[in-house]
Design a protein around this ligand. Structure first.
Ligand code: 13P
Ligand code: SF4
Length: 332
């Protein structure tokens, strides 16, 4: 028998009361799933807040690398995911492609010991582990600038994976030179050498969209996530991570129009009026949207039945080095 949204939400609430569980939801989740979150936030906030939580089970509504990060940081927790959905950007790199990137740098005369790798949190645990083993660390879009500033103090070349746009945007903000493996010939003279990965959602926003909105509403503000192309970020009034975008938009005067270049579900619930999605297509993250209320209910029910499903498991070596890479970020 099919349940209505309200019925499912009631069942979920009852199971949450009965069990030692914490439901964690990223801002990009569908509204009805987001509303069920005990902990909500962007990727950095979720990692920090979940670490401090003491329930036996974490039920993570997000994409796989986020649930994995919780398990890596708190191996004693049992982390289950209503859907083991994988972020398309995280899928663009694996350990072999990571090794090839290091080799591409060695080929242009940069010794391995002179490379400091940084991986965006949007990567799988095995890539984070590779980075940790090479002395590197993780960053999120909220703290990328702080992490890169600290890394540069070591006087090394930065290998930034997997998001080309975030790497290039931070380099531009800091007045540094960036180059992209496989695209730019001159890697050796760059400070930040980026892997050529990208977000399939944030690449939907274009310069034409900015032109369209500026023409339609003169004086409108344009706010975008740093996973957007650098050419777009260059023309925006504000560039910031999910939590930084939320703060910027909430602090705008009520009558100020703003067009926002980030995921649909978040933009849609940001502000009742004068807020537009910076695209003519619906920029929903398909993997974030895979998790339904029914999935969440069935996941909680499986815990109640004593047979949890979709539990995140990470092998010991990956766990050890990925944790080191994540903890180096947390320490900063
Ligand atoms: P945040 O770090 O801003 O939560 O971003 C995660 C993400 O996947 C953005 O596309
Ligand atoms: Fe990954 Fe992009 Fe979805 Fe974020 S919006 S989870 S980077 S595919």
């Amino acid at each position: 028998m099919e349940h209505t949204t309200e019925e499912l939400q009631e069942k979920i609430k009852a199971l949450k009361e009965k069990l030692s569980v914490t439901v964690v939801s990223h801002f990009y989740q569908r509204d009805e799933v987001f509303e069920m979150g005990d902990i909500t936030g962007d990727s950095l906030e979720l990692a920090k807040k979940t670490m401090a939580d003491d329930s036996e089970f974490v039920v993570f509504c997000g994409v796989a690398f986020m649930g994995e990060s919780v398990k890596v940081l708190s191996p004693e927790k049992r982390v289950v995911m209503p859907k083991l959905a994988c972020c398309s950007m995280a899928r663009m790199i694996d350990t072999l492609y990571y090794d090839d990137s290091v080799k591409a740098m060695e080929k242009v005369g940069i010794a391995k010991e002179d490379i400091l790798p940084i991986t965006y949190i949007n990567s799988n645990a095995d890539v984070k582990a590779k980075v940790g083993e090479m002395g590197g660390m993780v960053c999120t879009s909220s703290n990328a600038k702080v992490i890169i500033t600290s890394a540069l103090k070591e006087g090394k070349k930065i290998l930034f994976v997997p998001d080309r746009c975030l790497g290039q945007n931070i380099a531009n903000q800091m007045g540094l030179k960036s180059a992209v493996i496989g695209i730019d010939e001159d890697l050796a003279s760059a400070d930040i050498i980026c892997y050529d990965g990208f977000c399939s959602v944030h690449q939907l926003f274009t310069l034409d969209d900015i032109t369209f909105y500026r023409k339609k509403f003169p004086g409108i503000k344009i706010a975008v996530h740093p996973e957007c192309d650098p050419a777009l970020c260059d023309k925006a009034d504000f560039v910031g991570s999910t939590s930084q975008l939320i703060k910027y938009i909430k602090e705008l005067p009520e009558e100020q129009k703003v067009a926002v270049g980030t995921e649909f579900n978040l933009v849609n619930r940001l502000r009742p009026k004068n807020t537009y999605v910076l695209s003519s297509t619906k920029p929903e993250c398909p993997t974030m949207n895979e998790t339904t209320l029914e999935d969440l209910y069935l996941t909680l029910k499986a815990i109640d039945d004593g047979a949890p499903v979709n539990e995140v498991k990470i092998d010991e070596n990956t766990q050890r080095w990925a944790k080191i890479a994540l903890e180096r970020m947390m320490a900063l």
